[in-house]
Structure formats: structure tokens, C-alpha cells
Design a protein around this ligand. Structure first.
Ligand code: SF4
Length: 399
């Protein structure tokens, strides 16, 4: 067993004891399907191909038909067993549209047919946008599959990091796809996903993104951990990502009308006012997402691939095991334990109820596991303190 595998939670979280103390699992609601394992882009920060886990090499590129059927059956079984009012299926990759829009539509229809009558199926594809055209968008719209597109801000910023394997830039194709989506099928435009690059001007990035009129934007911190820290330029402060996000927050928060929903900021504001988070980058809400790989392997969040080889793995496969088994896997339990999953530094932290230790994958340190504070601790603290002071000032004026 590797040092990493022996550390928390895999080597030491006592699940039977947690059950004896009253913990009960939250059923899975979101099913991330790795329908195609390869990608036609070669982004500089991609955690699937360039970081620790290399399991994609041994898996089928396209999820075979028997695995697709087993996945449909397991999702329906889980929904039935837990009497779920809705579930969400996210087609993911690699680049899921390498499987073809028709295949995704057929897959979604099979899930809808298999679900119990009272369970609503919600469907989404997370794509790099380069393969979207009028035909594929029409297929996705007919199938009711919402489309989320990865776009990293301005033309220059996007093309600096999101290129084809042969070095060609991708922005022009993505820009065209977003235009088609926004004009022909706005009802399935699910928003933009931007991975933060502190080299880019934060306000220019934000304004480039909202120029596409998305309903929502997700800003992601690049996946990193204490053993593979985030990139910071010489001379950057230790909270450079936090300062970058705070600058975007100020631009967004100061707008005369609400221009767009930003899940990270909406969650932060909700948490500061005593509500709940909808972002897995903040807060202590239980995570109810499971990943199904192209060979049927049942896995934890894809983001753990940034930690060490095999980090997201479980012993199970949809061909032979129900998804309920995974609910009691230490890795899944750890993400549903709330504050009990945090180490002493986070537990003692004054902003723990808002931060929640940050993204689970960002807490990894070799030999310790996933119980260190986030490698973005200083960034999160800066952002939270900044937003708290803006909100407090506004509340004081309102009073
Ligand atoms: S990651 Fe840092 S800011 Fe967040 S709860 Fe832990 S110690 Fe506090």
C-alpha cells in the first residue's frame, strides 16, 4: 500500500464507528458519466492527463454499450431504492462529444425510460465546445441535455492554455459554438466554466465571459495540493488567487443589475448569511456525486486524480455492483461527514463554517491524506474576509 493510500481517509476512517455514532449516507444525486475517455484538446492544466492519476490509459476510449446499459440500470436502481425525486446525469470526459451527440441523446433517453415514474431525470454535458455545431446542438436540445462550456476568459487567455494537441488554438471554435448556443438554443445554455489564471486581468476575464450572456459562470481554482502546489509567479503574494477572485467579486457585486450567477460567490454570500453552499469549493454540505468511468468502474470525484495514481478508485464496477456499496466507502463518507472530516487547523479556523476546508482535492498532502487545510488556504481566507467586509458594510448602511 502506498503512503498516500495508507493515509486519511482510506487507511484510517472508521466507517462502522461513524455509523454507530449516527452518521447516515446521503444518496447519490449526481452521476458523472465518463462516456468518452479521450480529448481533442491538450490543455496545459488538465488534471485528467497531466497530473498524478494515469488510469485513463488502460480504459476504453468510448464507454461500451454493455457498460452504458449497466450504468442506466444502476442509476435507476439507486433512484428507486432511495425514492429520489430527481437525479442529474452529467456526460463528461475527456471530451464527451467525441462520443457523438446522438449517443448522448440515446443514453439520456434510456435513463429516462428506466427511472421510476416520480423521479425527474436532468441531463447535462460538460464540453470544451469545439465539436458543437448546428446539428449536434439540435440533437442535444431535442434530448433536453443542457450544455456547459469551458471557456477561460479572453481570447488570448483561453488560447494560452486551451489548445489542440498539435498546438492550434481553440478559442475561435468555442466562440462560434457559444454564439450558436446562445442564439439558436438558449434554453439549453447551461453556463460557462472558467479555470482561474492569475496572469490574466480578473475584470477583463469576467467581462469577456459575460459578453457571451451566460446565465451562470463557475470559476474553478486549478486543481493542486500540498504535494503539487498551484503555480504562482515569482513575487506573487501567497494569496494571489484569493486577490484575483476578490477583484472579480467587486466587479460583479458592484454592478447595478445582477449580470450573471456565479456559483462560488452566490454560495459564499449564502454561507455568510447562514445558508448553504451549492459549490464543492466552499462549505460543509455533503457531496452526493459519483463518477462512472468508461470501463464501468465506480469512482470518487475526478478531481482526486490530481492527488495520486488511483486516488478516486473504489473496488466496484457497475457491471456487478450496486452504487449503494460506494456510499460506505471511506472516500465518499469523508465528503459527507461535515466538520468531522477536517483536520485540527481547519477545525480551529474562524471561517471554517464558510470555507469548510475548501475543495476536498486541494487538501491532499502525501503521507497525511485529505486532512490538511486547503493548499489555497490563504486565498480562501483572503476572499472570505474580503466578501464578509463588503457585506458587513452594506448591512451597516441598510441598518
Ligand atoms: S482551509 Fe484554511 S481558511 Fe479554510 S477552514 Fe481550513 S484553515 Fe480555515
Amino acid at each position: 500500500m502506498s503512503t498516500a493510500a495508507a493515509s486519511w481517509p482510506d487507511g484510517s476512517l472508521d466507517v462502522p464507528e461513524a455509523v454507530a455514532r449516527g452518521w447516515r449516507p446521503v444518496p447519490f444525486r449526481e452521476f458523472v458519466i465518463k462516456v468518452h475517455q479521450r480529448c481533442n484538446l491538450s490543455c496545459s492544466y488538465c488534471y485528467v492527463y497531466t497530473m498524478a492519476d494515469q488510469s485513463w490509459r488502460s480504459r476504453p476510449a468510448l464507454m461500451p454499450q454493455d457498460v452504458r446499459q449497466a450504468t442506466v440500470d444502476r442509476i435507476a436502481e439507486h433512484a428507486r431504492h432511495h425514492d429520489l425525486p430527481w437525479i442529474r446525469v452529467v456526460f463528461h470526459g475527456g471530451e464527451p462529444l467525441l462520443a457523438g451527440a446522438e449517443l448522448l441523446a440515446t443514453f439520456a433517453a434510456a435513463v429516462r425510460r428506466a427511472l421510476p415514474g416520480h423521479t425527474e431525470g436532468r441531463f447535462r454535458v460538460q464540453t470544451n465546445g469545439t465539436l458543437l455545431d448546428e446539428g449536434s446542438l439540435a440533437v442535444l436540445a431535442r434530448a433536453g441535455i443542457v450544455v456547459g462550456i469551458s471557456l477561460d476568459g479572453t481570447h488570448a487567455a483561453h488560447d494560452r492554455r486551451r489548445r489542440f494537441a498539435d498546438g492550434r488554438p481553440s478559442h475561435a471554435r468555442v466562440d462560434r459554438a457559444i454564439g450558436l448556443l446562445g442564439t439558436r438554443h438558449p434554453e439549453i445554455f447551461g453556463g460557462l466554466l472558467a479555470t482561474i489564471d492569475p496572469q490574466e486581468d480578473p475584470v477583463e476575464c469576467y467581462e469577456a465571459l459575460i459578453s457571451h450572456r451566460p446565465r451562470t459562470i463557475d470559476f474553478l481554482l486549478p486543481h493542486a495540493n500540498w504535494s503539487q502546489p498551484p503555480t504562482r509567479r515569482d513575487g506573487d503574494p501567497e494569496d494571489s488567487y484569493g486577490r484575483w477572485l476578490a477583484a472579480v467579486f467587486d466587479r460583479w457585486y458592484s454592478a447595478e443589475t445582477r449580470e450573471v450567477g456565479i456559483r462560488l460567490f452566490d454560495s459564499l454570500l449564502a454561507l455568510l448569511l447562514g445558508g448553504r453552499s451549492r459549490s464543492d469549493q466552499l462549505g460543509l454540505s455533503p457531496v452526493a456525486t459519483v463518477v462512472i468511468e468508461s470501463d464501468g468502474a465506480v469512482e470518487q470525484s475526478d478531481s482526486l486524480k490530481s492527488a495520486y495514481h488511483g486516488a478516486p478508485a473504489t473496488p466496484w464496477n457497475v457491471r456487478s455492483h450496486p452504487l449503494d456499496l460506494a456510499l460506505y466507502h471511506p472516500g465518499f463518507v469523508a465528503r459527507q461527514l461535515g466538520p468531522a472530516a477536517l483536520g485540527p487547523a481547519c477545525t480551529a479556523c474562524p471561517v471554517v463554517q464558510v470555507c469548510g476546508g475548501g475543495h476536498y482535492a486541494h487538501r491532499f498532502r502525501a503521507g497525511v491524506g485529505f486532512r490538511a487545510p486547503s493548499v489555497y488556504c490563504a486565498d480562501l481566507r483572503y476572499l472570505i474576509d474580503h466578501v464578509r467586509s463588503r457585506v458587513a458594510a452594506d448591512l451597516a448602511i441598510a441598518r
